[in-house]
Design a protein around this ligand. Structure first.
Ligand code: CTP
Length: 411
């Protein structure tokens, strides 16, 4: 999909700059043409020679080079590109972009361009979390800049948290998404694989009330379901996302139906059918209180510790898998397991009557609920596939590509 696409890379000065070498190589392997501008600081971290060898082009770095200004000025550099990538987008580069500074070739091109801009931030966690950076980030987002990452993890400075440069695969995938997303489902004359298809996704936790202020819930962040919704839109699908309460940005082009309880989720999911594809990522509470109290339960001197009487919630995945009418052509469930991942997933596939189960181990490491990475197994009636650890965005894209291939093969 990147064949012939012209990407102007603004290479910023951060410890993660060396990682861009892989990204540039990956973009070129997919057929893109890359031209790179290095900031002065970037040259402290990688040499222009390595960058030129991988990008296959002269590296630009000084707007006052008069020869270049006559041959190819900064306006021309950004005009020649289909899209710009700023990576690593340091706190300084983001601040300059947000405020319109232009004191070198990189920032001048960024101010002069009318092309889409993608940025992959990377910096120390405290610099990332600083209100100044967050305000700049918001400004850039509001102007339509696409933000890739940052990832969370251990950093070169020894601290832990968000601020790591997104992996090369994720940056390259963002370009796939960028060139794939088209409201009418057509890119460069090719019809997208899920154009005209409906996808219904459940996501997030459910809240089961105990009284007006208290509820039973779980640690689901909703990130995986939202990432799948975004990936499905990028393939041209009409996506409805039935979502429990989460703090995740709604992807462009996705219709969200907010719900709280399992029973509300069931009714909303049912109302979104018929759909060709149903994906059930929600961590639905298995039980709810039989009778939630009308008023806040009080802890008075005489009151005993309350006992909650629970009853089972409807199983949304099993119910929709077993529908006679309106069953989606492909029903995909998720299984969060803490032991015997594959056996439990196989048993769940049978018990619920769905077609695929995406299983992950939530007991340790990257699978723990709320994280941004995932290691999953795809279990179908024909067997199973183990996928390596990757970001939730990558799981989403790979899963949606596999789903599109399956649905189109059996159409
Ligand atoms: N699911 C659902 N409705 C429920 C419970 C689960 O739709 N009431 C769906 C989830 O969205 C997920 C799959 O079923 O796709 C498996 O969820 P999980 O919680 O792992 O399964 P349970 O049936 O609750 O099994 P257990 O808790 O015994 O592992």
């Amino acid at each position: 999909m990147l064949d012939g696409k012209r990407i102007l890379v603004i290479l910023g000065g951060g410890i993660a700059a060396y990682k861009l070498l892989d990204t540039i190589r990956g973009l070129r392997r997919k057929g893109a043409q890359t031209r790179v501008i290095m900031t002065r600081a970037a040259k402290q971290f990688v040499t222009p020679l390595s960058v030129a060898s991988l990008s296959g082009e002269k590296v630009y770095d000084d707007m006052f080079d008069l020869t270049d200004e006559t041959e190819i000025g900064h306006i021309q550099l950004s005009r020649d590109a289909d899209v710009l990538l700023v990576a690593p987008a340091t706190a300084d580069l983001m601040a300059k972009m947000a405020n319109g500074h232009c004191d070198d070739l990189a920032t001048t091109c960024l101010l002069a361009t009318d092309k889409p801009v993608l940025i992959a931030p990377a910096m120390n966690v405290r610099m990332w979390e600083h209100p100044a950076t967050q305000t700049n980030l918001q400004t850039l987002k509001e102007r339509g800049v696409t933000v890739i990452g940052p990832d969370e993890g251990e950093m070169a400075c020894g601290e832990f948290g968000p601020g790591r440069l997104a992996e090369a695969d994720a940056i390259i995938a963002a370009f796939d998404d960028h060139f794939a997303s088209s409201p009418v489902g057509i890119v460069g004359g090719d019809v997208l694989p899920l154009a005209g298809k409906r996808v219904m996704i459940t996501a997030g936790p459910t809240y089961e009330p105990i009284d007006p202020v208290r509820y039973i819930a779980n640690r689901s962040s909703g990130k995986q379901g939202y990432a799948i919704a975004r990936a499905a839109v990028a393939l041209g699908a009409h996506v409805s996302l039935v979502s429990g309460p989460v703090h995740v940005d709604v992807p462009d082009g996705v219709e969200v139906i907010p719900v709280e309880t399992a029973r509300e989720m069931m009714a909303a999911a049912r109302a979104e059918l018929p759909a060709e594809i149903g994906i059930f990522t929600a961590a639905v509470a298995d039980w709810r209180t039989v009778t939630p109290a009308d008023q806040k339960m009080k802890k008075t001197a005489k009151s005993k510790t309350p006992k909650l009487e629970l009853t089972e919630n409807p199983d949304i995945l099993a119910t929709i898998s077993q529908l006679k009418k309106d069953r989606p052509q492909l029903v995909v469930g998720f299984a969060a397991e803490t032991e015997n991942v594959i056996e439990n997933a196989k048993a769940k596939l049978k018990r619920k009557g769905c077609d695929w189960i995406v299983a992950n181990d939530v007991s340790q490491g990257t699978g723990v609920m709320g994280g941004s990475r995932n290691t999953v197994h795809i279990v179908t009636e024909d067997g199973e596939q183990a996928w390596p650890e990757m970001s939730k965005d990558e799981v989403a894209r790979k899963l949606m590509a596999a789903i599109a291939a399956k649905v189109n093969a059996s159409a």
